[in-house]
Design a protein around this ligand. Sequence first.
Ligand code: ZN
Length: 402
Amino acid sequence: MFDLAIHGKAYVGALAERWVFIKDGRIAKVSREPVGRSAATLELGRGQFLIPAATDLHVHLRDWSQSEKETVETGTKSAVAGGVTTVAEMPNTIPKLDTAELVERRANLLRDRSFADFAIHAAAPGETSEIPKMKKAGAFGLKLYPPDLHRFRTVLRSAEVSGLKVAVHAEEDGLLTLGDFDRAESVAVMKILDQVGPRSRVRFAHLSTCEAAQAVLASKRSHKGLEIEVAPHHLFMDERAASARLGAAARVNPRLRSRANSIAMRRLLEDGRFDFYATDHAPHTTDEKLTKGAPGFPGLEFALPLLLTKTRNLALVCRMYCEAPASYLGAKKGRIAPGYAADLVVMARRRWKIDPERFITKARVTPFAGEQMHYAVDHVFLRGSTAYHDGKFHRHPALLVT
Ligand SMILES: [Zn+2]
């Protein structure tokens, strides 16, 4: 007896009519015909289709002393409402996660409050001897920021020895200080490429310029462990359009770029050259955005419909936002296939507009406000149980992915 059967169009390499049978939180069987009995059956309606839930490798959930911006609860509800059931958090919380003890405290908070499964990037610690302890405390990776890049090689080596993956915000700190935002990314990327070995595993977070992306792509031919993560705002928004809508509140790090750059980035995206799509969900209060130009936007709630609306390429969406990021974390998620976690999303072909006033995240400022979506998230399952449906959330034990 299965726990649940879902019948209708499902993404199994292509959209096809299937029965998806779920047992004990996993996909037990995927077949063309119904087989065996199940305790419940969900028949998908017209225009609905089933895809794997997304994994977002780049989120900031704030909480602690920044609860006015976002909490683990509001941030992960926002994720689940957007079809994202696993989030990898960044360590620039206050305090930042630069000790094993803080990583453990963060894991405990997430375990208690998160509506999604989670993974933790630790920050580069003062002493590299802390790195193996961070791994034991629950971190799966390290995130390096521009001020850390002068010791990139040392930290990378310690992370590799400890089995932690490295993600890097590649912008040259000195050039950022001088306001040379255009060159900061490609200069930092070139310096990093000079320091990686043929087997180094380095993920370039939110790569924003075509020039830097081309440099990494060229290196990838001989360095298979290099991976590129791209964010929705660098692909589908540009500096001029965002400034017209938001003025100084259009700020994000790395900066939004020219329209020509985002067109070139989209071409690379559509050619399948990027590895991961991740929001860089970075919530701030409206006041901080408008008066202080705090950098970052929320994204979790609409990133999946946005990518599908803009590309109309389900294979690309499922690879870059579901299968590849889950596989990066070592989680058996992101595919509709036997043995995979039953983290699933019922999507629907339905038009709606992004309306920040209706957001679940506390952050309200996004350049995508008013943007027309052609797809919506109807029902989200975490390990076979409903996590979000009809505007209601259901919390299940949140698992730490290491
Ligand atoms: Zn970030």
